[in-house]
Design a protein around this ligand. Structure first.
Ligand SMILES: [Zn+2]
Length: 325
């Protein structure tokens, strides 16, 4: 929103323009836009502006625009074939729910009630569906709803990672997109969100160590940090790391490669303190024009100040200020 403000200055009216932007809203149709929330947000911002720069009064709204952009949330729906690199690792269980959007449900059940054979079949898990509390969830399940699932089912915790297949430009990536806030529950479940051009799909990570294989030189199983996916061959080293890492927001860590691995300090001159420095401030006000030639306002100088500070007050000290009219 572009707004025009005015205030009385001596015998003149001074004008100023300001721009305000509201918080983002997620909507499914234009009728979902919460206009009351927009109004409260904008009123608050205008109040803060007039209180900060005392004397300004809202004169007019020059422009009010709502921008709408398409948003594709991370959401797990129905079956997607396992990407080839993951087939080779044999580290996930991918239940084939071709005809519904309940892949979150099947991924959780496949972890809680592992099948000895044909673990990709829905029929292996259907008898167990009512053993968990799915109330309040809408399918397909969006990531923020998982917190609700954890509140319903106090015996388990869930982490979700997003899988990006390797391309010519980039290596394979596994990025945490949901990490539980709870610890010490009976069962912890790691889910992987795999995607194609159209949709995404939750699968159970049966073996995290195999999923992140090739991160260490060893061929044995590893201890993988849920927050940064760093793999450790030594349990003690992993526990030391996890105590610190789990205090921070989960993240994907990328180390620099090639020439970026070394930093050089060049600006030696910046380590020397200056003998003196000047702080200058210049003020102006906007004078309204007739709009011809596309000019609607003109800056008019109104005052200035120059302050010089020295490391030694006996060497140099001055202050200069005044009005320009
Ligand atoms: Zn970590």
């Amino acid at each position: 929103m572009d707004a025009k403000f005015e205030k009385q200055l001596d015998h003149r009216i001074q004008t100023n323009n300001a721009r305000f932007r509201t918080e983002l809203q997620r909507i499914c149709s234009p009728s979902d836009i919460n206009l009351d929330e927009l109004k409260v947000d904008l009123d608050g911002q205008v109040d803060r502006f007039t209180n900060l720069a005392s004397g300004w009064n809202l004169s007019s709204i020059k422009e009010f625009t709502i921008h709408i952009a398409r948003y594709r949330p991370l959401i797990g729906t129905s079956y997607i074939p396992t990407p080839q690199p993951l087939i080779n690792k044999r580290c996930i269980v991918n239940v084939e729910n071709y005809f519904d959007e309940n892949c979150f449900q099947y991924a959780i059940l496949s972890a809680m009630f592992p099948a000895d054979r044909d673990s990709n079949r829905m029929s292996k898990y259907e008898p167990h569906i009512n053993k968990l509390d799915w109330s309040g969830l809408s399918f397909p399940v969006k990531l923020p709803q998982i917190r609700h699932f954890e509140r319903n089912n106090l015996n388990c915790t869930v982490n979700v990672y997003k899988y990006f297949e390797a391309t010519k430009e980039k290596k394979e990536e596994i990025i945490p997109v949901y990490i539980t806030r709870h610890m010490h529950r009976k069962l912890h479940i790691n889910l992987l969100l795999i995607s194609n051009e159209v949709t995404s799909h939750y699968v159970w990570i049966k073996n995290m160590s195999k999923l992140v294989a090739k991160r260490t030189n060893g061929k044995h199983s590893t201890f993988v940090c849920a927050h940064c996916q760093h793999a450790y061959t030594n349990r003690k080293a992993f526990e030391n790391h996890y105590e610190d890492c789990s205090r921070h927001v989960y993240q994907k860590i990328v180390y620099p490669t090639g020439d970026d691995t070394q930093l050089f300090w060049k600006a030696r001159s910046k380590t020397e303190s200056y003998q003196f420095c000047c702080y200058a401030d210049f003020e102006s006000y906007l004078e309204e024009k007739d709009g011809k030639e596309g000019i609607v306002n003109e800056h008019k100088p109104s005052g200035f100040c120059l302050y010089t500070a020295a490391t030694n007050d006996f060497i140099f000290w001055t202050r200069l200020h005044g009005n320009v009219f």
